[in-house]
Design a protein around this ligand. Structure first.
Ligand SMILES: Cc1ncc(COP(=O)(O)O)c(C=O)c1O
Length: 459
């Protein structure tokens, strides 16, 4: 898929216009102006993207962990186009075949009896839907006092009010938006590298972090707690893979106190971690699962909240008990057609297996980088969801001061080496699931050169 070149004059016009009229997410206009940005992209193929000046680079972050089948899959565009020619919406209170087929497919590929989907336009709406479903569920089953939520520090669940209250990490300061949704309580993240309980083994870290959830449930009063929200592998600190005992123990604790377990698989779902859904690594079926991103590989916006049958059934029987919640674009037939084709590609081409295999290869490569570059404090990953924490001092795990501008130095160095990666103390590396071992070699060697350069600058 060749990109058409934009003249330098047109590019300048576009950039000036963007600086005046557009919020480019996670960027600040004066910084972009200084760097001659934003870069404008025009095409993509597989793991590579090409900008308006014809420069091609590897998108080692899959956009935002979403380009699972990679860029440029014509079959998905065709499926969306064909559906667009046929039908682009439906009369109120009805549905369409692709939407039904997608719900059916999701019931087939998700673990256990997760069986009914509420489709949304993205991850944040899926979380908001789960918040409402959880509270409404307990009203339906005669436990109306269960209104509180427990989530983890250093997590991210989305940008909308409820989702933001559940999340909590330094990248998105909560103070700007207070007061946040009342009734949310945060416990530590099971990050063995920085375990809040100074655990000596991953098992101890898993146990203690689940105990923190149990203690919070008991302290709040189990009869007031609706649900625990957690990402199976958490992104903000750089792919925090929990100890293996964490999810099974968390499932037990939630069952013991009648609290719902909601797995936020917005990033991890659809093959990212080397299983179709990350909960499968630990044999756990959550009560609800939120998805988005990889459901269409980002070809078109879509998300969903999937519930176990028992929860969905509480909303069946009469109009009075039904779930009254509308997202206009949820279940859009064009998005559903694209999602179905996307999932079919993943299955036909064993992209989930490729994620497991290439993920292990990438992790080995990152570990080699860690041996070479003292600033890499820890490397971790599951499938193609890899990450690392960067430190100034490995012994004390002290991070670089803001003045060192580690993040922007690294981002520029990665870019200069043909890689799209966001430099930060907490790095993520997550190429599309179609990545080959040759492309992983390119990613690792590009990172190697970038770390060498930035290491020298900061020495
Ligand atoms: C785990 C998780 N949940 C929810 C969201 C929110 O999704 P969206 O940005 O599609 O609203 C994100 C986005 O990155 C996420 O990583």
């Amino acid at each position: 898929m060749g990109g058409s070149m934009t003249s330098a004059t047109t590019l300048k016009e576009l950039q000036d216009s963007a600086l005046e009229h557009l919020w480019v997410y996670l960027r600040e206009p004066s910084d972009m102006a200084e760097k001659g940005e934003p870069t404008v992209y025009v095409s993509g193929e597989g793991v590579r993207v090409t900008d308006s000046q014809g420069n091609t680079s590897i998108d080692a972050m899959s956009g935002l962990w979403l380009k699972n089948v990679g860029y440029g899959r014509k079959e998905i565009a065709d499926a969306a186009y064909e559906q667009m020619l046929k039908l682009t919406y439906m009369p109120m209170g009805t549905t369409t075949e692709p939407t039904i087929r997608l719900a059916e497919k999701i019931a087939e590929i998700t673990p256990g009896d997760l069986s009914r989907s509420f489709f949304t336009s993205g991850g944040s709406e899926s979380i908001e839907t789960a918040i409402k479903l959880a509270r409404a569920y307990f009203k339906r089953v005669g436990e109306p006092g269960r209104i509180k939520f427990i989530s983890r520090k250093d997590s991210y669940h989305g940008a909308t009010a409820g989702a933001m209250a559940l999340g909590g990490n330094h990248l998105y300061p909560r103070a700007d938006y207070e007061p946040l949704m009342p009734g949310t309580f945060h416990v530590p993240q099971p990050n063995f590298y920085r375990c809040e309980y100074n655990s000596q083994t991953p098992e101890e870290c898993g146990e203690r972090n689940v105990k923190a959830i149990e203690d919070t449930i008991k302290f709040q009063g189990p009869e007031t707690v609706a649900a625990v929200f957690a990402e199976p592998v958490s992104s903000p600190m750089g792919a925090v893979v929990p100890p293996d005992n964490y999810w099974p123990m968390l499932r037990e604790v939630c069952d013991k106190y009648g609290v719902l377990l909601i797995a936020d698989e917005v990033i991890t779902g659809f093959g990212r971690t080397g299983k179709m859904f990350a909960c499968e690594h630990w044999g756990v079926t959550p009560d609800m699962m939120t998805v988005a991103k990889g459901i269409t590989s980002g070809y078109i916006p879509m998300g969903g909240t999937i519930t176990r049958k028992e929860i969905a059934d509480a909303f069946v029987g009469s109009q009075r008990v039904s779930f009254r919640h509308v997202i206009t674009f949820g279940g859009h037939p064009v998005a559903a057609a694209a999602a179905l084709r996307n999932i079919q590609i993943m299955e036909d081409e064993d992209m989930v297996g490729n994620s497991a295999r290439q993920g292990a290869y990438l992790l080995d490569g990152l570990k080699e980088l860690q041996e070479k570059h003292p600033m890499i404090g820890v490397v971790r990953g599951l499938g193609l969801m890899c990450g690392m924490e960067l430190v100034k001092d490995r012994e004390t795990k002290e991070t670089y001061p803001a003045e060192a501008e580690l993040g922007s130095r690294l981002t520029s160095a990665f870019q200069a080496n043909g890689l799209h990666l966001r430099g930060s103390d907490n790095m993520n590396v997550a190429p599309p699931l179609c990545v080959t071992s040759g492309e992983i070699d390119e990613i690792v060697s590009g990172m190697d050169r970038a770390f060498t350069q930035v290491g020298r600058e900061l020495a």
